[in-house]
Design a protein around this ligand. Structure first.
Ligand SMILES: Cc1cc2nc3c(=O)[nH]c(=O)nc-3n(C[C@H](O)[C@H](O)[C@H](O)COP(=O)(O)O)c2cc1C
Length: 421
């Protein structure tokens, strides 16, 4: 049972956004159900399907296939320390057949935390915890990047150091929920960061990047998607500053680029990626001209040699065509690899790769319920359905107990044996 009840964050955000045309809970469920159903294809490999399982050179890393495990918050870190633990190591080990794993979002500081029991990467015990995970993934032949996260205004005073207000580019409260120890709660009223404080947050990103290196990660992904701090600076719906960090496109990308530059002093650009979600309404985020800001950002990051942009196409967890956006133009603005995400099915993934609209495809929810997703996609096997009630929080149930094809066959065999006898 999910400690937060039979709801999930995506559902809540979508319910809150009906006025702007985000899918309702019911329609979101249909999207999710349809997504799983469409994977129930015959167990045959077509010529084109091979592309999904072909190796890919990402920066200086050789990935064994084009399948990425999308970052997925699961709220299973050790209570009290927010350190990763053995259970999390088992979960990531089970999924190491992905060409690349991007970890769940990981707060760079206590101030950067917005939900209970998410892992951090700012303390020694957290670094030690992550070492177990990177070792487990590497032993199993996988590659793993750490998603670096500051939630900005999507937080609650009970999660902040000293019960302080969450911080943001501007003091505008989001119409969004978070979950805290007692369950779901409205996010708290934020306060605007001063210029000096912005510098300190950039410093926290650099320290987290160093810790990610110590923890044995192959690289880091800057979380600039889904309405969290970097996205809040990028978009004019949340950034009303009148100083060097607000107003013009150049000013609104300044924070993102300062974060990138601080990380690039720690990591080679070949080992750094960024995640963006140009049109998502998630966490009450909006912009009057997403193409302008995100194409500009992509050009600036391209010049810095970043390994990839990871793009959530459409509304996160919702409609892919939520708002018009020219992803091809975005891709052309960036010289590195393009990872596509959001409601991809096996067929859509093969199509996008074949048509060179993407280099890699990230799968989220179906990776939760299918530890051997790569093998299932390879043979066209049915997928285990995911259980939304165990997405956020809890223990092994709905986390490490989803069966692989081999485990399912073993369970099936004795039953069939009994039936025949
Ligand atoms: C349980 C859950 C947790 C998620 N956590 C994160 C996260 O930590 N970081 C992030 O960038 N996106 C997160 N997302 C969004 C997913 O990475 C992905 O963009 C979304 O699920 C759509 O992809 P899919 O249709 O393949 O699931 C989360 C989604 C779900 C369902």
């Amino acid at each position: 049972m999910n400690v937060f009840g039979n709801l999930n964050l995506l559902t809540i955000v979508c319910q809150g956004d009906r006025s702007r045309g985000t899918p309702s809970t019911a329609s979101l469920s249909r999207v999710i159900a349809g997504n799983v159903g469409s994977h129930l294809v015959e167990g045959r490999m077509t010529q084109d399907a091979n592309i999904l399982f072909s190796p890919f050179r990402l920066g200086d890393l050789e990935l064994k296939n084009r399948i990425v495990m999308a970052p997925l918050t699961r709220n299973r870190a050790t209570h009290g320390t927010d350190a990763p633990n053995e259970l999390m190591a088992e979960y990531y080990r089970q999924r190491a057949s992905a060409g690349l794993i991007v970890t769940e979002a990981t707060q760079i500081s206590k101030q950067g935390q917005g939900y209970i029991w998410t892992p951090g990467i700012y303390s020694q015990s957290q670094v030690e915890g992550w070492k177990k995970i990177t070792a487990a993934v590497h032993e199993t032949g996988g590659k793993i990047f750490n998603q670096l996260w500051h939630v900005g205004r999507i937080s609650h005073v009970s999660l902040q150091p000293g019960g302080a207000q969450p911080v943001a580019p501007s003091a505008i409260r989001a119409k969004a929920k978070t979950f805290i120890e007692t369950g779901y709660a409205d996010v708290s009223e934020p306060r605007a960061l001063s210029i000096e404080e912005i510098g300190a947050v950039v410093g926290d990103y650099a320290a987290a990047a160093e810790n990610a290196k110590k923890a044995g990660f192959d690289g880091v992904e800057i979380h600039a998607a889904n309405g969290y701090l970097i996205d809040q600076f990028l978009r004019d719906g949340t950034n009303k500053r009148t100083d060097a960090y607000g107003g013009s496109v150049e000013n609104r990308v300044r924070f993102a680029l300062e974060v990138a530059d601080a990380i690039l002093r720690v990591w080679d650009a070949k080992r750094v990626g960024i995640r963006i979600a140009p049109v998502t309404p998630f966490n009450d985020i909006s912009d009057s001209d997403p193409a302008r800001i995100f194409v500009h950002l992509a050009e600036k990051l391209s010049a810095r040699g970043l390994a990839y942009i990871h793009v959530v196409e459409g509304a996160t967890g919702g409609a892919r065509d939520y708002a018009p956006f020219d992803y091809i133009r975005l891709r052309k603005a960036f010289a590195g690899a393009y990872i596509a995400n959001n409601n991809y099915t096996r067929e859509l993934a093969i199509e996008a790769l074949s048509e060179k609209r993407a280099d890699l495809i990230a799968f989220g929810k179906i990776f939760i319920s299918n530890p051997d997703l790569v093998e299932r996609l390879r043979v066209g096997a049915p997928l285990n359905p995911f259980d939304q009630a165990t997405f956020y929080g809890g223990g092994a149930k709905g986390y490490t107990d989803y069966p692989t094809l081999a485990q399912a066959a073993m369970e099936q065999a004795p039953r069939e044996g009994t039936g025949a006898g």
